[in-house]
Structure formats: structure tokens, C-alpha cells
Design a protein around this ligand. Sequence first.
Ligand code: NDP
Length: 465
Amino acid sequence: MADYDYDLFVIGAGSGGVRAARLTSLGGKRVAIAEEYRVGGTCVIQGCVPKKFMVMASEVSHDLHIAEGYGWSFDNAKFDWPTFLEAKDVEIARLSGIYAANLGKAGVDLVHGRAVFKDAHTVQILKKDGSVDREITADKILIATGGRPWVPEDMPGIEHAITSEQAFHLPELPKRILIAGGGYIAVEFAGIFAGLGVETTLIYRGPNILRGFDDDVRAHLAGEIEKRGIKVILGCQHESIEKTGTGLLNRLGNGMTLETDVVMFATGRIPYVKGLNLEKAGVELTEQGAIKVDGFSKTNVDNIWAIGDVTDRMNLTPVAIREAVAFHQTVFRDNPQAFDYEAVATAVFSQPPVGVVGLTENEARHSCPGEVDIYLTRFRPMKYAFTGSDERVLMKLVVDATSQKVVGVHIVGPEAPEMIQLAAIAVKAGLTKAQWDATCAVHPTMAEELVTLREKQHPGNMSAG
Ligand code: NDP
């Protein structure tokens, strides 16, 4: 074997890259990892973690409203955006520091700078001005550069819009915001801003938000977020943005104009491969621009692998981490492992939040050999009994009628993300509806509904889903 500087060089110190680097170094290999921005990647620095802090800050307004129903009063409840931003940034810096320290403890060399390919075994580390600082060789290279927000660059006035990356650092809280998109990020940030008292409009081109989710979930959530004060405009394109003396004027496809202070585009993310010089290493992309890999995360080049969002398989942090573990086992432990993407639970931190695992009703109807049984309930959570609120929880079980296995669970309501993590164990284990029912309820909880759903939906009272 040629004499390389490292056994493994990882490009990108996000959740996936850091896990692969640490495991491999702890296994006795010489490992380095390059990061051009801050250690921790999208999830820690400008994704899941700061987003969740924003959700928690925002939810307080709803909690205060509930509290008033219970007899509490708050004469002067106020939210201070700069105070929140500072606390959030301190915590994010702390977490990033822990990630960097853990790399050090595991013996991984951290290289600050942008790494680009020179050839299949050599990366160049670039200085801020783009000149080459140094070259590093490695036997194996792992690409874990994640994704970046995508916006329609040809839309007139798009330069006035922000993405989620800037939404984490707005110098002041706007009075009015327009959010374009109907996916995870759009729905989550609409909830955040509305909860913080911002007049919030969500505009989405499709017939309902969260395409790909169960139709009952989509319809239920759209109704619930409107109850929380978000104006939802569906089936409508965003045509242009103009800067005016008083804000940003949005022209919409339905002829409406709407002025806001901030416009945020949450129209998807794309694999971050720009400028990596992949062609110099011979690494191929898919038609959609993601790094093409096999089931073991290997690219078409023998010594190069890729994991996480840059491969655009299932763009979730815990999935990237599992792909990292499978990569490590396959490549360095002689134990080939391919991550199993079935029954991966996911949560949307909208307000109320969503938790889902397994098949939607539509998917089940297409993939189950026989009939599909649907169990569905909508109810008012006990906590809201004193508030006069008409907010409802949705719980839905999708059951393969032939095997009686519960193949899908869909929840919209408080604590749905916490509930779905546990429900996912049962779905992943392939438990039957009878086994769910044999589990005794915990009372009084919302989750007990999941083990007490006895009545199948009749075709006549089913939704379009
Ligand atoms: P999504 O892919 O979830 O949603 C993108 C949205 O933008 C869709 O509604 C899409 O519409 C719309 N869109 C795309 N192109 C255009 C266009 N040209 N004009 C108007 N609308 C457009 O992306 P997000 O950015 O919300 O999130 C990226 C990914 O990050 C997610 O898919 C998820 O994997 C991950 N993520 C996970 C989170 C979590 O686990 N809680 C939180 C945030 C992100 P259409 O549906 O019609 O294509």
C-alpha cells in the first residue's frame, strides 16, 4: 500500500462525518476530518438543534395561553429576541466545542479549511482566498458535506429573500413574514414565527402542505396551524419580490400582492458538492446532483465513500449517523452493513408537531397484498380542557389486513415526536394490531389512544387518503 498521510480522510464535520471519523480513529486508524465552517454541521449549527430551541421559545406563548385557562395570569409577559439569540448562540457554540473536543479525544486530526479533490487519494486544503494551503493524502476518503438550501434563482427579486440559514440570525424579529414552501422547514418556521407573534403567511404551490405525508396528517395539520394564526395560501406560485419603502412586496400567482418585512424561502435543499472538484477524483453524481453510492455508501471510485445529505437518500441526522456506522463496520471492521431505510420515524416540529413512522394509507394500499385497515381518532387533548381551544389531536394506525401488522403510525398533536419514537419500535419489530391492543394503557395520557383504538374506519367514513 502506498504511504498515505492518513488511513481515512473525512470531508465535512457534521453528524455523519464526525461519527465515522471518531469510530475509525478509536479503531486504531489514522484519521483526519476537514471542516470549512463550524464543527457540528447543519444539524448542530444551522438546523435541527437551533431550530428546536426556536420552537421551544415560540411554544411558550401557547403554553401561557393554556396557563391562563388554569388560573395563571401574566401581566407583563414579553419576549426579547436578542436575549434569546444570545442564549441560543452560546449553547450552539458549547455544543460545537463538545463535537470538536470529542474528535480530539478520539485522536482525529481536525483540519480547518475547505477540502477539495486533487485526485482520488489527494485533497487540497484551501485558504479563505481560494489558494492552496497544503495537500493531504489518504488511503480512503469519505465525503460527508451535507446539503445547502436551494432557491429558484431565476425568480425576480429572489435576492431579497432569506433561507433558514439567515433565519437563525435575524437582527430583529420582523412584524410580518412570508414563507414560501410546504415542506418540513417551511412548516416548522411558520410555526416558530407565528408563535413569536409575527404575522405569518405560508405560501405553497401544491394542493396541501407536507407532500409525501399521509393525507389525513396533511389536512389535519393545515387546519391546526391556521388555528394558531398562520395564513396558509395553497395552490399558488410566488412570482416576484420587490423592495419598497415599507417592506417587501410579494406578487403571487393568484393575483394577490402581499407586503411583508421578511420573505423566507424554504423550497428544499440540495447536496453540497459545488467546488469539491469531484471530477478530478472521477466521482459520479446522480441525475439529481447527489453523489451516487451503492447500498454500502460506496461511490463508483474504489477508495471513496459518501454518507448523509450529500447522497440525498433520506436526509435526516440519525440516518446520516447510522450510515456512518455502517460505513465504518463495512470498510474498517470487515463486517459489511447496509443501513435499512424501512420504518425510519420522523418528526416535523410544527406547532402542533407531527410524528410518523412507516407507510401512509396510500402507500399501504399500493404495497400491501390485500386490504388495509385504518384506525383513526381525533380528540381534544385533556390539557386544553380549560382553554376553550378547539385544537385536536390526530392519531392514525395503518394496518395490513392480511398480516395484521401495524405498518404505519401517524400522529399530529403535542408530544407527537416523543410518542412516535416509541411507536417506531413496535412498527420496526413488525408487531400486530392484536399485540398493540394487548398492551395495557397508561391513563390518563394521549398515547393510550394508540393501544385502545378498536373501531376500524368503514370505507364510507374514510378520508381521501
Ligand atoms: P422539502 O423537500 O421538505 O420541501 C421543499 C418544499 O419546497 C416543498 O414543499 C416543495 O414543493 C417546495 N418547492 C420546491 N421547489 C419549489 C419551487 N420552485 N417553487 C415553489 N416551491 C417549491 O425541503 P425542506 O427545505 O423543507 O427540508 C429539506 C430536508 O431537510 C427535508 O426534506 C428533510 O429531509 C430535512 N429536514 C428534516 C427536518 C426534521 O427532521 N424535522 C427538519 C428540516 C429539514 P413540492 O412538494 O411541490 O415539491
